[in-house]
Design a protein around this ligand. Structure first.
Ligand code: ADP
Length: 225
């Protein structure tokens, strides 16, 4: 069964006194478990809007989002929040780590929200080790480089073993070498843990590393790879 099915997704915003602006129109996408996919396209074409709809942070005007066979567009806000926390990992362009908390505390926040205090710390340590930050667990975000902070954000996104990781311009704030390293890491984690990976990116090299590439343009999604 596919992990993600987007069926005829449309999104319009009100514009002016009587008009609307159509951001997404008839968008379809199917992802199998462990597949990786990049969404590319010009600024303002609706990539973040689409990712937010997949992540249940926003809602579509038409169509359905099926995750693991469940129609998440029908969930109420409370169910969406639980689903999001347990099944979906998010990585954004900016790391959004809490500056006053250690690396380990930052990584554990989604597990605490999920009331999973069992082996979360062990998992956090193993993941931090995997991303090469095992010796940084007690450091504060301010003591890390931009690339290291973004790696912590990836570990935080993975702490609840999500089925799908959604990343919006994850390398957008990094220099070339930091971006390459983060790309390597995301592919490595995908191979190791098998989470499905959906990435919005302007980086051609990151996009090329994904199994599939789709371009969003004029409100429609077209397969490029
Ligand atoms: P991208 O991620 O491709 O840069 P976005 O998804 O951020 O594009 O935005 C797509 C379009 O939707 C933009 O033209 C933006 O101005 C518009 N948009 C986003 N949010 C709103 C909103 N709440 N109301 C009206 N228009 C919006």
């Amino acid at each position: 069964m596919p992990i993600l099915v987007l069926e005829n997704i449309g999104k319009t915003y009100p514009s002016g006194p009587n008009g609307t602006v159509e951001i997404l129109k008839g968008v379809n996408l199917v992802m199998e478990p462990s597949q990786t996919c990049a969404i590319v396209g010009p600024s303002g074409s609706g990539k973040s809007t689409l990712l937010n709809i997949v992540g249940t942070l926003d809602f579509s005007t038409t169509g359905r989002v099926l995750m693991d066979g469940q129609d998440v567009s029908m969930f109420d806000n409370a169910d969406k929040a639980v689903f999001r926390n347990r099944r979906i990992g998010f990585v954004f362009q900016l790391h959004h780590l809490l500056p006053q908390c250690s690396v380990l505390e930052n990584v554990l926040i989604p597990a605490i929200v999920n009331k999973d205090t069992g082996d979360a710390e062990k998992r956090a340590d193993a993941l931090l080790e995997t991303v090469g930050l095992g010796d940084r667990r007690n450091h504060r975000p301010g003591q890390l480089s931009g690339g290291e902070r973004q790696r912590v954000a990836v570990v935080r996104a993975m702490i609840n073993n999500p089925k799908i990781l959604l990343a919006d311009e994850p390398t957008g704030s990094l220099d070339n070498s930091g971006a390459e390293k983060l790309g390597d890491l995301m592919v490595k984690l995908n191979k190791q843990f098998g989470m499905t990976l959906l990435v919005v990116t302007h980086s051609e090299s990151l996009a090329e590393r994904m199994d599939m590439i789709y371009e969003l343009s004029s409100a429609s999604l077209t397969r490029k790879k």
